[in-house]
Each structure stands twice: as C-alpha cells, then as structure tokens.
Design a protein around this ligand. Structure first.
Ligand code: PRX
Length: 660
C-alpha cells in the first residue's frame, strides 16, 4: 500500500495539454464545475436529461429516481430498454455497421477483427441458441470464459434475452465456481475447453465438471463450451453442448427482450469482510448510462480512437469498460487474451505500437511489474517502441504510487498524455472519482475530484463531515444511476454493508479511507478500512482466506493480514496455528506449501498466501479477540511499539516475528 506521507507531500501538478483541452468532451475546469453545479441544483433533472440523451429507450421513463424504499433506490423505473440493443443495433442503424468493434489479439498474437455488424450477428445467434435451450428472461447464466470475442458475445447475448449473467473469473477454483453457481441458482454455464495464457493451455471445462460434481448445482441444465483448444475433454451427454453446435443454423437477428430499467443485468461476486463473497447486483439502464457517460467523460472517447482496457471480463472493469461501455459508444477496442509478460514484458508496448492504440487503461500492479522488467532488460523498455498513437492513459484497481505514476506518464505517455487515476468499485458500476483528461490538473497518486453528479465526501464514524486535510471514511451522499442495487439473495447484508445505521442508513459506505487536500479538494484513497485486501488489484477478503485455511484438517486457527508489497500493492500473510505442534525448518516449509496449494484449490491461485507463519497460538486479548493490528505490524517486519498490556499471551509475538 502506498505510504500516505508520500501522497501528502506530493506537489507535482500536471495540467492537461492545451490541444487535449480544446477537443475534450468536458473542456476545462469551468465546464466541470458547471456540470457539478447543474447536478446540485436539479439532481433528478441532471440525470434525466443525460439518460434521455445517451440511451435508446423502447419506452421512455417518466420517473427518474424513486427513493421511497431507500437504500433500495430505483432509477428510471418505468422505462423499458435493452442493453445489447444499445451496444450493437444502434450502430447498425447509424452507419457504423462496418466499423471495427473488436480487435482481438490471441496469446500467440493472431489478430481477428470483428465489425459491429459481425458482432451483432454473433450475439444474435448466441442469444437465439440460448433461447432454443430454454434460457429466458430472469434466468441466471454463469459465464466462466477466457478473454475472447465469444466471452464478450456471451455477456451481450444474455443481456439481449434478459438473462442475468454472473461472470466468474477464470482464475477461480472449482469450489468458488460451485458456490457462485449455487448462490445464483444458475440454469447454464458458458465456458470453454481451455484458456490459453503465456503459451500454455489451461483447463476450464474440467474445472466446471469438478464444480458441478461437488453437488448442489441441480439448477444447471446445460454447459455450453466454446472450443478454444485442441485437446480432448470430458463430456456429459445431454448436458454439455459445443457452442458452435448451439449457434449453428440460428437466425442472424434476434429481437431484443425489452426489460424494465431496473431489470438485473448481472451479478458479480466480490469479496467483503465476511467469509462469503457477495453477489453484487446491477440494474440495466442506470448501469449502462454511467458506462456510456464515463466512456465519454473520463476516457473522452472519440470515433477514431483505438481503445484498450487490459482487464479481464471476470472483473467489474472488464464488464463496464470492455463488455458494455466501449460497445455502447461505438468504439473500436482491443481485446487481449494473453498476459503482459509473454512472449516478453514488452507485449503491451508492442501491441500499442502495432494496433496504434490511443487510449490505454491498466492496473498499477501491471505498471509496477513492467517497470521492474524494463529496468532489467532495456530491450523491452517502452522507449524502444513507437507509442506516439497514445493520447490518454488510465489506471484502475488500487492506489497508484507517485513513482509508478511518473514512470507511466513519462515513459508510456511521453509526457503528453493525461493520466486518469480512476477510483471506483464493483459496487459503483463505473468511475466515481477521477480526473477529467481535458480539465483536471493531475497530481500523481491522487484520483482528484468526483465526477459530475457523484456526491463523494469524507466523514467520521458517525457520518459527520470532516474538514479537508483530515483522513476519514469515504462515502457517497446521494444515490447515482449505476450503484449496486442489492446483494443477490441477501438484502439485509446489502443494507448493513453499504448503508449502515451508524451513518444514518442512507449514505453509501465505500469501505475505503480517504483524505481530501486542503488546497484543491483533491481526494487520495488511503486504502480499505475493512478486512478486505487488494493484491495485484484483485480484491480479497481476509476472512475468506481464513475460512479456507481452517477448512484444512491440519489447521486449528488462522489469521490473515495484508503486507505492503512493492509490486502487488499488498501481499497475503497468514498466521497459522496447527492442531499438531508448531512445525519448524523443512517441515514448516512443506506444510506451508501444502496450505498454499489448499487455498488455491479452495478459492483460486490468486488467494494463495505469499507467506505463512506458524505459531503455538495467535496474539489475543483476554476476551479472545485476535489482535490483527499487531499481526499487521509483525507481517511488515517492524517492531511492536504499541501497548500490548491487554494481550493474554504477549510471548507469542516473538514466535510470530520471523517468517520460517
Ligand atoms: O480499495 C479500492 C481499490 O479497489 C477497491 C475496489 O475493488 P473492486 O471492487 O475489485 O474494483 C476494482 C476495479 C474498479 C476499492 O474499494 N481501488 C480501485 N480503484 C482505485 C482503488 N484504490 C485507489 N485508487 C484507485 N484508483
């Protein structure tokens, strides 16, 4: 995690280039302030106007915001719409049918271009295929697919028929997949035989089989498999179908299912502070509206741009800024199957050069690892590539430290591209706090100012506003169209997690700490205030990892904390008490490896603890509460200076000091 002191002292300011300002959708700070004022003066009018201007409605809405069941807010509720229609059909009607929608680059650098007309056809056939299997409006469909045109088409096809998708990242284990299938009560899983990354074929369908064999997934009628690889796979007759067979002979058009504005477009599971992942539920119209607006405002998207977001469709960034936003604005975008380090760590820069990308959006972790790689090998340094097509850079998923920001700005952007450090979350649906590239002067490490219409504020534990310059709790004081609607199957948890009574029950609690600069009002995110970790931009609950560890028969107790890591932002450090005596030496190493593999099986490789320390016990208060803040200090390798007089067993701290 970036050091807050570094941010406080940061005083470099980078104004947007004049040329950029001149052509930007929101041009100059006066334009930004005018929009904020408009939203303040007539909040509903502001959003209603934008929703009418930016979306195509089958039936126009007459009510903008319904707060009567707050915090279950409803937006544009009597309007009818179809998200896929807004992403595809509108471009066929406005003369952009032959424009490239997707430049797909596979792991081995094979490039396929798909026009809006072709994508529309693919999605319609996919949608008709799903319908032929009985999938209908309101059904849930799990998508466990690699980065591919088919993956994007799968999401769009669900949207087209009104099925609610739940994409599960391909790095999650069979167990995680099974839990998500059960929680959503899904009727089908869309997957592929394998995913290809870094020259290797990794099984996906086999994991689906394993998940469904674990039991409890009786709602699943079909598994539809996109053929990506070459090998044989296990097949369950009657349940499994190849995608090419499902779409063969299907009509090339499919009348969209017109749904209510509030119809659940998707569920996306994310980690919270308890063990069980939360199914974040998003609506259709409000979500799409914000995807469109932020494409225009934050990314300043123009007809000739070649836009590239490097996220995976398994995360919210891949939903809003690959599967929906770019298509809704008719952009040309790159979709990349592979990894940034294959065949070498110059892959991103090589792709920017070859495809003449103009907007590039990635995570700080990727930037930091590419800095390391470029330092080690001059040949793949960005300066070896022609990156002159770039005009805008973006960052997402975790705090970007000023040094990484500067490197990105200088070496990738050639000191001419604004950098938009976009703060947002799975729950917010789209960007919340971010510079506007043609308006906001940027300060490295700060996500700067809330977007127009977003009432972000910093408060204390009881919901009172804090004066600028004080660190506090980040909240959003008014509902906005793309906000989370509920937690699937758990409205009570939704209320408790995001609209707690302590803050009055009506303001959205982001779960992050933030500080606002006294001079310019800029926000800097200081990190999560709950038990959620951010490892390489992947969000993970400490309790989730702890539950996985204690599910192992060797483990008596476990506590997981985050440890600052120069590349991944945070890394996972687990303190474990075994049922057997505390192991040391080779035995400790062996058991640590077993436990790491166990967590990978329980949750997924992304949740593997980097470090496991064994103790006879954990530091606890006399009432038995684990003192996590002490564990965080120990994980960092620092000496404990805090008062430990309330500890029942202070001697344990010495034992846990060192990694075995
Ligand atoms: O802690 C914040 C961090 O990522 C969390 C949200 O994670 P997730 O729902 O997986 O969404 C990631 C992609 C939007 C936030 O609560 N975060 C995200 N963006 C930033 C950030 N922290 C600092 N600066 C950011 N730009």
């Amino acid at each position: 995690m970036a050091d807050i002191e570094t941010f406080k002292q940061e005083n470099r300011v980078f104004a947007p280039p004049a040329e950029f300002v001149k052509n930007a959708a929101i041009s100059g700070m006066d334009a930004y302030h005018a929009m904020c004022k408009e939203a303040e003066q007539d909040y509903e009018g502001f959003w209603a106007k934008l929703a009418k201007q930016n979306l195509q409605w089958k039936q126009p809405f007459t009510k903008t915001l319904n707060e009567s069941e707050a915090p279950f807010y409803k937006w544009f509720e009597d309007g009818k719409i179809n998200v896929s229609y807004n992403c595809l059909d509108v471009h066929l009607e406005n003369g952009n049918a032959d424009k490239t929608a997707i430049i797909f680059e596979s792991d081995d650098a094979t490039v396929t271009r798909v026009s809006y007309r072709e994508l529309h056809k693919k999605v319609c056939q996919f949608a008709n295929g799903l319908k032929s299997l009985g999938v209908k409006k309101g059904d849930r469909v799990v998508i466990y697919m690699p980065m591919s045109v088919e993956g994007v088409a799968a999401m769009q096809a669900c949207a087209r028929i009104g099925a609610t998708h739940s994409v599960v990242f391909g790095g999650f284990s069979a167990k995680s997949l099974q839990e998500r299938v059960i929680d959503a009560g899904a009727v089908a899983v869309l997957t592929s035989d394998v995913q290809v990354r870094g020259g290797k074929q990794l099984p996906l369908k086999a994991i689906v089989d394993e998940a469904l064999n674990m039991g409890g997934c009786d709602t699943i009628k079909n598994v539809i498999v996109y053929k990506r690889g070459s090998g044989e796979i296990n097949w369950v007759n009657g349940r499994d179908l190849w995608l090419h067979d499902v779409v063969a002979g299907q009509a090339e058009t499919c009348e969209p299912e017109w749904v209510d504005a509030e119809h659940p477009l998707f569920i996306l599971y994310t980690s919270g502070s308890t063990g069980k992942p939360k199914g974040v539920q998003h609506a259709s119209a409000g979500y799409l509206l914000w995807a469109v607006l932020t494409m225009k405002w934050t990314f300043d998207i123009k007809p000739n741009d070649v836009y590239w977001c490097t996220a995976d469709i398994g995360w919210i960034t891949g939903h809003t800024y690959i599967a929906y936003g770019p298509l809704a604005v008719g952009a040309t975008q790159i979709v990349f199957e592979g990894v940034p380090t294959y065949p070498n760590a110059g892959r991103f820069w090589d792709m920017v050069q070859r495809h003449k990308a103009s907007i590039f959006y990635t995570a700080p972790t990727a930037i930091r690892s590419l800095i390391k790689a470029a330092d080690a090998d001059e040949k793949i340094h960005p300066k070896q590539y022609d990156l002159s097509s770039l005009r805008l850079l973006g960052s997402v998923g975790e705090p970007i430290n000023p040094e990484a920001w500067m490197w990105y700005y200088k070496n990738v952007g050639g000191e001419k591209c604004p950098v938009v450090d976009t703060f947002w979350q799975t729950e917010t649906g789209g960007h919340m706090i971010s510079p506007l590239p043609g308006a906001t002067p940027q300060v490295p490490g700060s996500c700067t100012l809330p977007l127009p219409g977003i009432a972000a504020a910093i408060v204390d534990e009881t919901g009172n506003d804090l004066p600028d310059g004080n660190g506090g709790i980040l909240v959003v004081k008014r509902p906005w169209p793309s906000m989370i609607r509920t937690i699937w199957n758990d409205p009570e948890r939704f209320k408790k997690s995001y609209f707690p009574e302590e803050l009055g029950g009506k303001i959205y609690l982001a779960g992050d700490g933030a500080i606002r600069n006294k001079d310019n009002g800029y926000f800097t995110i200081t990190g999560r205030i709950d038990d959620v970790l951010n490892v390489s931009g992947h969000r993970m609950g400490t309790m989730e990892i702890e539950s996985a560890l204690v599910a192992n028969s060797m483990v008596a107790e476990a506590a997981v904390v985050g440890k600052p890591d120069p590349t991944t932002g945070e890394s996972i450090c687990a303190f474990v008490v075994l049922k057997r005596p505390r192991p040391t030496g080779d035995e400790a190493k062996q058991i640590a490896k077993e436990l790491r593999d166990w967590v990978a099986k329980e949750i997924g490789p992304i949740a593997k603890p980097k470090e496991i320390r064994f103790g006879d016990n954990l530091p606890k208060t006399r009432s038995g509460k684990i003192m996590r803040r002490l564990l965080r200090v120990l994980a960092k390798g620092e000496d404990i200076t805090q008062d430990v007089s309330t500890l029942e067993n202070p001697a344990i701290l010495d034992q846990l000091k060192e990694a075995q």
